[in-house]
Structures are given as structure tokens and as C-alpha cells.
Design a binder for this molecule. Structure first.
Ligand code: UN1
Length: 503
């Protein structure tokens, strides 16, 4: 029987609103969960509930909050296989990747459980005698966290874990099409002993969430917004927050380049481009967009890459495959728009283009009624192409060539995203020139554009975000604000700037 899942606010299930069906993208006739979608009032009332619960939670000592984070990590680890299977079933992510995603939550908990004992402030020297200056990190209050479904459990944990550790309450709105995975993760957080109302799960569609968020910002019950999703929606979230004098944490799209230098190990570059381009069916924000390959090795790279792509395993994500189906119907529809662009404008070097069906199978794989697409490599993408400039969020990689590293950098920066990038070379000077010249927040050397680790700063610039960073100690600045204190024990009024000793 298919379960029905509902929002949980203040520890109580709330079941109003219309029903949405979360469908297995590998078997479109299978419903994974029926999801009750909340109305805008539910979102803003969840924020009020969170605001009330946050005051008590902030008084729990940070090392004790760290122990709760430790329990979350243990529970996730103990339930890893079950959670990864659910992720695979609900969004079609190959099982090995889904298990890696769950591992990323455990890594995040491992990092932040200790941060509860290290939420340091500072002592700062004063200009005046008998006066002491201090800084403290204080929680922001309520964090509204809105997440995408391509990483339905790991990326949310990058917000939830540090936000909770820092003493905030959270209202989390996951993608509807990944609601069952989100709900399962929510239950593990709850089981770790969070007080009611400290973490609230609101299942809603985008428009409803936006309306509820607007109301909550106006009421003053949301103090930080964390959003992972498209550049377009991120821009709207940023504008809304700006009107309320808030700066959100925005983790948006990418058009991540890989530069292959003439001295690169080509087999390694092909392996990297295969995983970066087609792992998660090209639907990571860190997925490879364009390979920018030196003209002297362009033809050799291309033929090896085309061969590797033709041999890549595609199929049921519960098996050992590189590429499963796309996440959900609406992503497939949007991706088909790009496919319409490819055939008339480009040289396809990897075989058929489009949906894998019984009429256009891949080997003997017929697509089995899922959202499967042929992986596509397109040569000769140009700076004025849509395919060169825009994130496609699907299994297509463009290839172009260059002569000098300066030209490669120009091409790599041109789309105006700035999330991840990669260079394949054996020359340290090229590595450092590339790092200095690239506009991306994350640089890989001889490695895939995707696969960031959970304790390095994660985030982008330009169309990829507003410069905010997640993960590691850097994210603490998103979920705490600095408070300063001066304490004068001289027994008289010492006036700053005015009572300072003559130099
Ligand atoms: C995303 O697609 O939103 O670096 C995040 C990676 C993963 C996270 C991707 N660890 O590819």
C-alpha cells in the first residue's frame, strides 16, 4: 500500500490541502507516496511555531545540541541502506550515489557535533584601560530552508545540521517530488530527540511556499532563508529577502566547465568527464556543462569520450549503473526543450538523442517506462549557443576547443555561473593560473567537477549564488550573527575615541 505523508509542525501532523503523487521516475506507473500539500497559511504558522520553540532551544548549551547532532548521525548511519533505497526509488538516483549521499549526511553530523564545543567568540583588546571587549555568536532565530530534490537528503542536511547546532529552529520545505525521502530524514532527526517545533516539515508546492514565506518575513518570524534550486527561483527568493533586509543563503545552478590541457592524462580526463557529465543523469548543480579541450588533443579526447559514453551503463538505478532516469516529469519536459535545440544546431558524437524507448533502445535496454534519456555529447558548442550558456540539468555535455589558457579561461567564465570547475593538467603553473583566473567558488584539479566533500566551503558566485557558502566552519556565519559586548570596570564613564591616551 502507498503511504500518505503530511507536514509535521510542532511535532503534530497536519493534513490539509490537495494530494500530490510522488512517482518513481524509473517506473512511472508506481506511486512512491501520496503527499498532502499544505496551504500558505500552514507555512507561516509553522514559522510562528518555530519562533516560539527556538527561544528554549537556544538556551540548551551548544555542546548538548552537539550531542543531538551526534545522535542524528548515528541514526542516519543505522538506517543508511533503507534511506538510500528510498532515495533511489523516489528520484531515480543510482543506488551507489544514493548511499554516498546518505554518507554525506553522516559526514556533516560528524563535523558539526564537535562544533558544539567550539562555537567560539573572541576577546578583543580595548583602547581604554579597565575595559574588556568580547564577541559572541548568537543564533539568527528561525531558518526557512527550501531545498531541491536532486540531493533530497544530503543538501538539506547541510542547512539543517548547522542551523540546529547553532541554536536556531528550522522550517524545512523539501521538493514535493522528493517528499518521501525528506519525510524519512525528518523522522530520523525527530527520533534523535529534538524538542517539538525546533524542526518543522512543510510539504508544499513552490508558489504556496513563496506566499507563505512572504507572509512570515513580513511578520518577522523568519530570520534566514536557505534556498537550493534554480537561478531563476533563487533570484526571486533573493529579491523577496532583500525587501525584508535579509541576505539569504543561495545555492543555485551551474554551467561547470572542465579544461583539458595538452599535457593532461586523457584517460583520466575522460573518466572524470564521464562521471561529472552523466552521474545523477547530469542533474547535479555541480554537473559538467562544457569540456574545453586544447586543440592539439581535441580529436583524441573526443573519440575516447564518445567511446566511453557509448559503453556507459544506463538503466534501473537500483542496479550498478552510471545513469538512471531524470528526476521527474517536469525536468524531463524542460530537458526536451534543450534536446530540440541540439539536433538542428550541433554535431552529436555519441549516438542517438532523446528518450530511450522500445523504438530507440540503447543496446537491449528499452527504457522500461521510465524517464531515461540517451547521454549526449555535442561537439563544437559556441559562445553564443544556448547549450554553451545555460544549465541544461540533464545528460548532455558540450565540447569546444581552445588554443591558449587565457582563451580557455575566457570561455570557462563566459556563461556567468561560478559554482564548480575542473582542470586536467600535469603542470602546476597551469593549475595556479587557472585557479586565479576562474570565477568559480570550487576548483578541481585532475578530478570531476562534482563530488565536493562535506567540510570544505561549498557555493558559487554570479548566476550560481550570492557568494554565501555552506559546509564546514564557513556556514556558521550563515546561521549565527556576531554580537559584541564591552564591559567597563573603571568606575567612570570612559568615552570611546575621546578618552584615549595621547600618542
Ligand atoms: C547539488 O547538486 O545541489 O559536489 C549539490 C557534489 C555533491 C553536492 C551537489 N556533493 O556534487
Amino acid at each position: 500500500m502507498t503511504s500518505e505523508i503530511v507536514s509535521v509542525i510542532g511535532g503534530k501532523e497536519t493534513s490539509s490541502g490537495v494530494t500530490y503523487e510522488s512517482v518513481d521516475p524509473a517506473h512511472l506507473d508506481e506511486v512512491v507516496a501520496r503527499v498532502r500539500l499544505a496551504d500558505p497559511g500552514t507555512f507561516s504558522s509553522a514559522c510562528r511555531t518555530a519562533a516560539a520553540a527556538q527561544r528554549e532551544w537556544a538556551r540548551v548549551p551548544a555542546p548538548v545540541r552537539g550531542r543531538v547532532i551526534a545522535s542524528i548521525g548515528r541514526l542516519v548511519e543505522a538506517n543508511a541502506v533503507e534511506l538510500a533505497r528510498l532515495v533511489t526509488r523516489e528520484i531515480g538516483k543510482p543506488y551507489a550515489e544514493a548511499l554516498g549521499e546518505v554518507r554525506e549526511i553522516v559526514d556533516t553530523c560528524d563535523f558539526f557535533l564537535g562544533e558544539g564545543r567550539r562555537l567560539y567568540g573572541q576577546t578583543v583588546p580595548s583602547e581604554m584601560p579597565d575595559k574588556n571587549l568580547f564577541t559572541f555568536r548568537v543564533p539568527v532565530g528561525v531558518a526557512a530552508v527550501i531545498t531541491a530534490g536532486n540531493f533530497p537528503v544530503a543538501v538539506p542536511s547541510w542547512y539543517l545540521v548547522p542551523a540546529l547546532l547553532c541554536g536556531n529552529a528550522v522550517v524545512w520545505k523539501p521538493a514535493e517530488y522528493a517528499a518521501a525521502s525528506a519525510h524519512a530524514l525528518y523522522r530520523l532527526f525527530e527520533a534523535a530527540g529534538l524538542p517539538d517545533g525546533v524542526l518543522n516539515l512543510v510539504l508544499a508546492d513552490g508558489a504556496t511556499t513563496f506566499e507563505g514565506l512572504e507572509a512570515a518575513l513580513a511578520e518577522g518570524t523568519v530570520h534566514k532563508v536557505g534556498f537550493t534550486g534554480s537561478t531563476e527561483v533563487g533570484r526571486a527568493v533573493g529579491e523577496l529577502c532583500g525587501r525584508h533586509l535579509q541576505s539569504p543563503c543561495l545555492e543555485l545552478g551551474g554551467k561547470n566547465p572542465m579544461v583539458v590541457m595538452p599535457d593532461a592524462d586523457l584517460d583520466l580526463a575522460v573518466e572524470g568527464a564521464l562521471f561529472a557529465g552523466f552521474g545523477t543523469a547530469g542533474q547535479r548543480c555541480t554537473s559538467l556543462g562544457t569540456v574545453i579541450v586544447h586543440e592539439s588533443v581535441h580529436d583524441e579526447f573526443l573519440s575516447r569520450y564518445a567511446r566511453a559514453v557509448a559503453g556507459a551503463a544506463i538503466g534501473d538505478p537500483s542496479g550498478d549503473v552510471l545513469c538512471g532516469p531524470l528526476l521527474e516529469r517536469r525536468f524531463a519536459d524542460r530537458y526536451e526543450e534543450y534536446l530540440g535545440w541540439i539536433l538542428p544546431h550541433h554535431t552529436v558524437v555519441s549516438g542517438p538523442v532523446g528518450r530511450i524507448t522500445a523504438d530507440s533502445p540503447r543496446g537491449d535496454f528499452t527504457g522500461e517506462g521510465g524517464l531515461y534519456y540517451h547521454p549526449v555529447v555535442v561537439d563544437g558548442v559556441r559562445p553564443d549557443d544556448r547549450l554553451f550558456l545555460e544549465e541544461t540539468f540533464g545528460p548532455v555535455v558540450g565540447v569546444t576547443s581552445f588554443t591558449t589558457l587565457e582563451e580557455a579561461l575566457h570561455l570557462a567564465n563566459l556563461p556567468g555561473y561560478g559554482l564548480s570547475c575542473s582542470i586536467y593538467t600535469t603542470d602546476p603553473a597551469s593549475v595556479f593560473r587557472f585557479r586565479e583566473g576562474i570565477g568559480a567558488g570550487m576548483v578541481s584539479v585532475n578530478n570531476s567537477t562534482s563530488g565536493a566533500e562535506a567540510h570544505l566551503p561549498f557555493g558559487g558566485n554570479g548566476r550560481s549564488g550570492n557568494g554565501s557558502r555552506q559546509s564546514g566552519v564557513w556556514v556558521l556565519d550563515q546561521f549565527t550573527r556576531w554580537q559584541s559586548m564591552n564591559w567597563d570596570h573603571s568606575g567612570r564613564l570612559q568615552k570611546a575615541q575621546m578618552d584615549v591616551a595621547e600618542i
